[in-house]
Design a protein around this ligand. Structure first.
Ligand SMILES: Cc1cc2nc3c(=O)[nH]c(=O)nc-3n(C[C@H](O)[C@H](O)[C@H](O)COP(=O)(O)OP(=O)(O)OC[C@H]3O[C@@H](n4cnc5c(N)ncnc54)[C@H](O)[C@@H]3O)c2cc1C
Length: 376
């Protein structure tokens, strides 16, 4: 039977929630992580992580890969849908990894050091003198919203009704049969990315060991299913995916950092990860910002000395802005161009090795210019 009073109650046991608990494991604080699901659980995701995440979370790769998929990535094939693919390759250490979220999230949660409250959905919270009472049962000084894009804590502090431009995405991951493995032309170390000509999103095919992950995300949920169908038909025509590939993709959504309008703190409340809307604008990578927001939140929490007023938590907002920049930066030269011209430029640029390697992969996807956030 779980206790009913905690210093910190984290709602959501995904990478954001488990990373926060892990970062506070030696703080002496009494922490619980509540999730509506029982782990290991499925999560709609391509499952691509940058090495910075592994360093920030001090993951021992040899230990991790003993019983889990850890697919090294050494390059990418990039193209605009329908155009020639350009291949970039990196010598030396892997530039990214493919993980399966069902394994990765469970690994992080089990080692995080907090009490885990499985199969318990957050329903509501009532203010108390010391903090909050959650679901009428659990008392806590600080509620952390880590419940992903549809986080109920974010809604409770006002995200409901805000007009937000979210990425809508669909994905499938399945274990290939021996015949499919033999027929699959996707190289495991080289994920393939296909940008849509209207510049609103991209699709991917990503082989991780025996698993194949296919998906497409767009900053426009309109007709998402037909975009996905067209993409899959294109992949079949190109011989990219093997016969018998399941066609039932699962959908989910998330916010890019520059499109989120959510407030991330309130009295005795703080949001991290997708709940706060933090994914990188160009790539849609959300795991690294989820982890980093948790590490930043942990620093703020340690400095609060158990007094989690909005004024004290404001330090977290400053840390987020220092790390991720302004939420609504001024448009760059490319963004100021008329759409027709922008599409033309993009199409030309996507056919140059320089742009696909130095800008698309190095800058947008690998963020090689941003060092990992390591604890001091
Ligand atoms: C199709 C797709 C592909 C993606 N691919 C990538 C990728 O390759 N790499 C990458 O970095 N990012 C990717 N992302 C983004 C990434 O998945 C998210 O940014 C990341 O999962 C955010 O982590 P989180 O911990 O904030 O939230 P989540 O991982 O969503 O975890 C939230 C948790 O909260 C729980 N929860 C929700 N509601 C409640 C409730 N009421 N009560 C209790 N618990 C609750 C959920 O069960 C869940 O376990 C992708 C997203 C999509 C949709």
């Amino acid at each position: 039977m779980s206790k009913s009073t905690y210093d910190i109650l984290i709602i959501g046991g995904g990478p954001a929630g488990s990373s926060l608990a892990w970062a506070l494991r030696d703080s002496g604080l009494n922490i619980a992580t509540m999730d509506k699901q029982v782990f290991p659980r499925q999560k709609v995701c391509a499952g691509w992580v940058t090495p910075a995440v592994m360093q920030e979370l001090e993951i021992d790769l040899a230990d991790y890969s003993q019983h889990r998929v850890l697919q090294p990535i050494t390059g990418f094939k990039i193209s605009q849908l329908g155009q020639q693919q350009l291949r970039s390759h990196y010598a030396g250490e892997p530039v990214s990894y493919g993980i399966r979220r069902i394994e990765f999230d469970d690994y992080l949660l089990q080692r995080c050091g907090a009490e885990i409250l499985p199969a318990q959905a957050f329903k509501d919270m009532q203010k108390t003198d010391e903090g909050w009472s959650v679901n009428g049962q659990i008392k806590t000084r600080l509620v952390v919203g880590a419940g992903g894009h549809f986080c109920p804590v974010a809604r409770a502090i006002g995200s409901k009704g805000i007009s937000e431009l979210a990425v809508a995405a669909k994905e499938i991951e399945f274990e290939m049969t021996p015949e499919q493995k033999a027929a699959c032309t996707i190289e495991a170390e080289i994920p393939e990315l296909f940008f849509t000509p209207d510049l609103l999103g991209y699709g991917w095919v990503f082989r991780k060991g025996d698993y194949l992950n296919i998906g497409l995300g767009r900053e426009d949920k309109h007709k998402l299913s037909s975009h996905v169908e067209n993409f899959c038909a294109y992949l079949i025509k190109q011989g990219k995916i093997p016969a018998g590939t399941p066609q039932k993709l699962q959908g989910h959504a998330y916010l890019l950092y520059n499109h989120s309008r959510r407030k991330v703190i309130d009295e005795n409340v703080l949001l991290i990860g997708d709940s706060a809307g933090l994914a990188y604008p160009k790539s849609g990578e959300g795991i690294r910002p989820a982890v980093e927001s948790a590490l930043l939140a942990a620093e703020t929490i340690k400095n609060c000395h158990s007094e989690y007023s909005k004024a004290k938590l404001a330090d977290y907002v400053t840390r987020l802005e220092q790390r991720f920049g302004e939420r609504q930066p001024k448009p760059d030269i490319m963004e100021k161009l008329p759409l027709g011209l922008k599409k033309l430029f993009a199409s030309r640029l996507m056919q140059t090795q320089w742009f696909t390697k130095n800008i698309v992969t190095d800058k947008w996807f690998l963020q090689t210019h941003v060092p990992p956030l390591l604890s001091q």
